[in-house]
Design a protein around this ligand. Structure first.
Ligand code: 9MG
Length: 281
């Protein structure tokens, strides 16, 4: 359960692995679109890998609340050259952040190792495509769609509701021919959740361990940090790293972040402490 396999390569997630974010969208909420050009995206990927990222997540569609939809052609033009570059120059895993089956297929052919789908393979043809590609897939929970998800999120019991969602998506994946071993789960911080919902999830993250799948979490620079601390996007580093540390303590296996070097420092301190605990027991 602590290892993922893809394209003849193995990723050990028994200790948390950092997933560095490379947005190729012009309206990405935390980088102001600086990395829109392929060159900038590739340089940014180099920097994140040199800082210790074990996975690079490359996306061409912004999923920030209210973001505009992009066409398949736009997404392909943004992400494929960056995937080709990272695949050619580095020995890290590459994740394609998309919900579109054609983008999944082209990305894996270009050298990506896994799919990160914020819509959990619910788009037409996505389940069948993931089954055909046979690579790990992150199924993220979202209530609503990016265009409306923050309107009025409501849950009876947030952990129970997300567990129910995960069970249904796992069943749909298995029915479509996707291996259970290829599934990664993500509760989707900020995707159709209030501030309280987000911290309820963080506090109870360990409950998702019952599903016996690696957990991916993304809270870097999100409004759950900014709203609580009253900080603009560029001032959310300490809050983001603190939240990531709590997630590690509660069993997160993959941490999706913008600030790789700083999160890596936290992780080294956390891992050293874990190692001493294991030795003593
Ligand atoms: C693309 N994207 C933005 N936020 C995310 C999150 O929290 N998790 C995953 N899996 N993807 C995300």
């Amino acid at each position: 359960m602590q290892k993922l396999y893809s394209q003849g390569s193995r990723l050990d997630v028994s200790m948390p692995v950092i997933m560095g974010i490379v947005n190729t969208t012009p309206d990405s909420f935390s980088d102001g679109g600086d990395f829109f050009s392929t060159k900038h995206a590739c340089d940014h990927a180099d920097k994140l890998i040199n800082a210790g990222a074990g996975i690079i997540d490359i996306g061409g569609e912004s999923t920030r609340p209210g973001a505009a939809l992009v066409t398949e052609e736009q997404e392909l033009a943004r992400v494929i050259p960056v995937i080709e570059y990272v695949s050619r120059h580095h020995d890290v895993w590459i994740s394609i952040d998309t919900s579109k089956p054609a983008v999944m297929a082209a990305a894996i052919a270009a050298g990506a190792h896994m799919i990160n789908d914020v819509r959990a393979l619910t788009e037409p043809g996505a389940l069948a495509m993931a089954a055909q590609l046979q690579v790990p897939v992150c199924l993220m929970h979202m209530q609503g769609q990016p265009q409306n998800m923050q309107a009025n999120p409501e849950y009876e019991n947030i952990i129970h509701d997300i567990l129910t969602f995960f069970k249904a998506r796992i069943a749909a994946c298995i029915a479509a021919g996707i291996s259970f071993d290829n599934l990664v789960l993500d509760p989707g911080f900020g995707f159709g959740k209030t501030l309280t919902h987000n911290y309820q999830i963080l506090a109870q993250l360990a409950q998702f361990a019952v599903l016996d799948r690696p957990l991916l979490i993304g809270l870097s620079r999100k409004s759950m940090i900014g709203q609580l601390l009253n900080r603009d996007v560029e001032e959310r580093l300490i809050g983001s790293v603190s939240a990531a540390l709590i997630a590690c303590q509660h069993g997160a296996n993959i941490i999706r972040v913008h600030d790789v070097a700083e999160t890596m420092d936290m992780l080294k301190v956390w891992q050293m402490t874990q190692t001493q605990m294991i030795k003593q027991n």
